[in-house]
Design a protein around this ligand. Sequence first.
Ligand code: KG4
Ligand code: ZN
Length: 375
Amino acid sequence: MQSSSDVTQHPAGALVLGLESSCDDTAAAVVRHTAQGEDAVATLVLAERVARQDDAHAPYGGVVPEIAARAHAERLDDLAAEVIRAAGITFFDLDAVAATAGPGLIGGVMVGVSVGKAVALATDTPLIAVNHLEGHALSPRLSEAVAFPYLALIVSGGHSQFIIVEAVGRYRRLGSTIDDAAGEAFDKTAKLLGLPQPGGPALERLAAEGDAQAIRLPRPFLGRDGCDFSFAGLKTAALRAWEAGDGGDRLRANLAASFQAAVAEVMADRAARALTAARAIAPVDTLAVVGGVAANAAIRAALTGVAERVGARLVAPPLKWCTDNAAMIALAGAERLALGLTDPLDAPARARWPLDPAAASAAPASGGGRKGPRA
Ligand code: KG4
Ligand code: ZN
């Protein structure tokens, strides 16, 4: 569905509006992108807004797709107008509009793609249909110079996968979860412990009060060949430990700490394997951890240890660009625009959309943009 086109860019750098609505965060951002080459930080975020929907979903204990889609429809056009105003420009100054076109909850994705198409049509600017995972994969380049190729570990509510980012538009998946995504496991375990959603941050806070050695939980896939993950068994073991205990506060905190330690240890092991596998393919010296779970300090610490041991650099974007945001979508759009990769106005919204089509058939598609336990 891609087409190349001659792109007229703003002399001071292309101005791109980004729109994100694939799960339960409604977001818009404007970036200015100057193509300074691969090594330079070339993207400036001029304005960004995120409207979270936690309160709307809270009564249901997880994201309800229909409620999410309605909330996106109510907020996205206003947020777009707000960031345009805050950036000190008008819609007619835009060089392109980039909208997340998948993977994700289809109702929300359709809202974002439709708003993107409306802006593109009204202002006669190109549309860029961005893969949400491409946004996450490129997000480290929002804050610092991260040269290609690098290894990205995408860990969010809907995804857990290792991708070699060879260049814009060239992604090679090395492994992914065979069942739950990491964030999904955090969210479900948090729910078990009676914590609010999204569960990851709450579980991390509770874990600080617990003893990570107190409860012996399994380390699924630890030491196994390959770069895949599995979190379902760990989640079930946490459930058993909870049901076998007294339900007291000590147990809650110890279980949170033990669960987090198990995830961090598995992730470190998998990352070490993935770095070795990546280096057999490409000269990779950076591991970038992105997605909501990258906000977890214990996981960052474990990954920093791995990177140091193998002489690689760990990069993790600031928190606001780890969780879902539109700056990363605008960045991906700007990087695609610079290559002349724009999309026609009939570009589809897609519930599933693997970043590396070659790997898509080799592993089960899991968590297509889902976040949090379903109601
Ligand atoms: O990237 P994101 O905002 O949305 C998706 O694309 O899924 O990731 C949200 C996920 C949720 O599952 C949330 O519980 C998890 O990231 N998360 C965390 C932390 N902060 C967010 N998990 C563990 N520790 C955290 N501090
Ligand atoms: Zn995401």
